[in-house]
Design a protein around this ligand. Sequence first.
Ligand code: NAD
Length: 338
Amino acid sequence: MSIQVAVNGYGTIGKRVADAVTLQPDMELVGVGKTSPNHEAELAVENGYPLYAAIADRVGLFEEAGIELAGTVEEMIAAADIVVDACPSGIGAENKSLYEAHDTPALYQGGEDADIVDSSFNARGNFADAAEADHVRVVSCNTTGLSRLLAPLEEEYGVEKARVTLVRRGGDPSQTDRGPIDDILPNPVGLPSHHGPDVNTIFPELDIDTLGLKVPATLMHTHSVNVTLEAEPDADDVRELLDGQTRTFLIPEGSGIDGAGAIKEFAMDRGRPRADVWENCIWSESVSMEGPDLYLFQAIHQESDVVPENIDAIRATLGTADAAASIERTNETMDIGF
Ligand code: NAD
């Protein structure tokens, strides 16, 4: 019998995870939890996804809007083998007792604190750590992008020290209340940004310093990466290693893809749903070695890179597949890899 998956919180991440669940031959979408009858609630109905009211008091609002509900979120959780919580930061922690009351294992997103879960998760970095955990956090978009990069470097060459400057988008395209509008903010001003310690939830021993900035952009994040390796490969070897990973895209030299806008255009031209870019986008030309120091630039699509990771985290948590089998299945069904 297929895994019954509930998605609680049907926003930027939740709607993408719900779609990805429906592509999996070993999973079935029980439904999605929603707080208000907005355009995304209508989308769920159009997609044929059973809709459950996340807040009991608001059932009437759905009725007034003519949107049919399948029941309450408690009923959805009770019917699920696992729930993916994709609520705004901090709400996942509040929902934890609901999932515990139904004895339903839960995945949370990167906006939650690492200490509310048994294990943090990245498929390439630490798939096996989620085995038999009840509460697992799929790390943030930036930490996912860094984990995918650092895992093969650590395995192949050893990492002495990683230093990353993250140039972060101010908000997602639909977040009209975010900023900055016309500014460049060191964010946080003090070191480290939370990303380095977050990477340590996946690789506890890794020596990493991170700095963050926020800029008036919505499309993607960009990382300026310096990793001091324990070996001195040449740049072509590193390119080959990164090219051989399944969730990294080495932007070919001469492709004319010179920034986040061009990456998104490329994704749209390839017919990607919502112009999503699930892969780390690493500029091939930027991959450089200076002695043991590797330098590169990569772009990360914040709205979508964690989606395949959520799918793998479902199998990892329930123990239904190992890392290689799960990643391969997810990549195949979602058509990951340009
Ligand atoms: P979002 O605001 O787009 O979506 C969250 C949805 O949850 C909204 O539809 C909201 O109405 C709903 N919601 C609020 N309270 C709820 C409740 N009690 N029960 C059910 N639904 C509820 O947020 P998002 O960007 O999808 O972020 C969700 C999580 O994913 C956060 O932890 C965030 O840090 C993380 N994340 C976001 C991004 C990103 O760039 N958007 C990337 C990686 C991880």
